[in-house]
Write a protein that binds this ligand. Structure first.
Ligand SMILES: NC(=O)c1ccc[n+]([C@@H]2O[C@H](COP(=O)([O-])OP(=O)(O)OC[C@H]3O[C@@H](n4cnc5c(N)ncnc54)[C@H](OP(=O)(O)O)[C@@H]3O)[C@@H](O)[C@H]2O)c1
Length: 365
């Protein structure tokens, strides 16, 4: 049976592809920067090579003796030395060169829907550059461009869930950027895995670029409401942010202004008859805030306002729930016709809505 190298095999999508390859009897080699990442694949009989694919000699070692390369490495947030340019472009360049030098002809490349020349986000720009390198490589390449990928453990649903529920969001406010109008066509991770694995021996898929999209189109707002409904959490959507602003003002008064006034009064020995109305009004305010917090508030924010705000948050917080780059991508629709891939690779698409309860249960556990 053929030996397949999977770069990025330890990631969310990579794990599904590696598992499917192993089930089908392929010999699988996985490259990783750290053995810590391989826990979920431990029971599988894969070969693991540890190193940095931006080092050409490691890329060469990984490609030695394999029959095909599935190249999945990619990032959604730049961190330190791991820039989009390095991870998407430089590593792809290395993988192409290492494949050629080792006589590996078959190269399956992971890109993303929305890549194009002069794309707005640097994620899409660098993914496009990487695609062009693959297309001009003279290898037997196939490129896949998925929309957002869902499944147990996916980053997309997890981020939204954590923002909608308690973590990172003490005031339970959720901004709907431009009304959450952008459209998405989520595809199941198992379908993505099938597409890659079925394409390996299929010459009809050589030199083709396939969008991969799921069976349903949702607006971002619809996805958020599905998540809220599943959690049976009451919410309110407001187009004019009256409740949102009043909640922010009440929180500022309760947790900042009132305690400061109280401290000042203590130090300055204010008169005793000051304390009763002070404490009563504080109690009343806290009760009002508590009442208002019974519902999550989803409020519309124009992207022109949200972008600079997210830029500031990104500079202040180490792992922000959303980055400017993600916001730029979320402003665009991520939908496409994937009937060619469905037909060629015989995909039975799984619905996001159907799997969502299981995805959320796994996040909550
Ligand atoms: N998830 C989606 O919704 C989605 C949609 C469209 C396209 N994609 C693309 O699909 C691919 C996989 O996505 P995913 O969601 O599975 O991502 P993920 O869970 O974050 O996994 C990323 C993988 O890339 C590897 N990696 C990251 N930085 C690396 C670096 N500097 N050098 C070498 N390896 C590095 C990681 O390997 P180690 O940590 O083990 O080294 C990991 O296995 C990416 O190219 C992504 O852009 C994803």
């Amino acid at each position: 049976m053929a030996t397949i190298l999977v770069t990025g095999g330890t990631g969310f999508i990579g794990k599904s592809i590696v598992k499917l390859l192993c089930q089908l009897g392929y010999k699988v080699r996985v490259s990783t920067r750290s053995l810590k990442q391989i826990k979920a694949l431990y029971e599988l009989s894969c070969e693991f090579l540890v190193g940095d694919l931006s080092d050409l000699s490691f890329a060469r070692k990984c490609c030695s003796g394999v029959d095909a390369v599935i190249h999945l490495v990619g990032i959604i947030v730049e961190q330190g030395q791991d820039t989009f340019k390095k991870v998407h472009v430089q590593i792809t360049k290395n993988m192409i060169q290492a494949s050629k030098e080792n006589g590996v002809k078959r190269f399956l490349h992971m890109s993303a829907l929305g890549t194009r020349p002069n794309a707005r986000s640097r994620y899409h720009q660098t993914k496009w550059t990487a695609e062009e390198l693959v297309r001009n490589s003279e290898l037997d390449w196939t490129i896949f461009q998925p929309s957002v990928v869902f499944g147990i453990g996916d980053d997309f649903t997890k981020r939204l869930y954590k923002m909608l529920f308690f973590q990172n969001n003490p005031l339970l406010l959720f901004p709907l950027i431009d009304g959450g109008k952008s459209k998405l066509q989520p595809i199941f991770v198992g379908n993505v895995a099938e597409a890659f694995v079925r394409a390996i021996p299929n010459p009809n898929t050589f030199h083709k670029t396939y969008p991969l999209t799921g069976p349903e189109v949702y607006s971002l707002k619809e996805i958020l409401l599905l998540i809220l409904d599943k959690g049976q959490i009451p919410y309110k959507i407001e187009s004019f942010p009256f409740y949102t602003l009043s909640r922010i003002v009440m929180a500022l008064l309760s947790f900042l202004v009132y305690p400061l006034i109280g401290l000042k009064a203590l130090f300055e020995h204010w008169r005793g008859d000051f304390w009763a109305p002070y404490l009563l009004s504080w109690l009343l305010l806290s009760l009002l805030l508590r009442k208002s917090m019974e519902k999550r508030l989803l409020f519309n924010v124009p992207s022109a306002v949200a972008l600079p705000l997210v830029g500031i948050v990104e500079k202040l917080i180490k792992n922000p729930p959303i980055t400017k780059e993600m916001l730029v991508m979320l402003q665009e629709d991520s939908i496409a016709d994937s009937s060619e891939a469905i037909k060629e690779l015989d995909l039975q698409l799984v619905s996001f809505k159907t799997l969502l309860p299981d995805i959320i249960d796994a996040i909550v556990m």
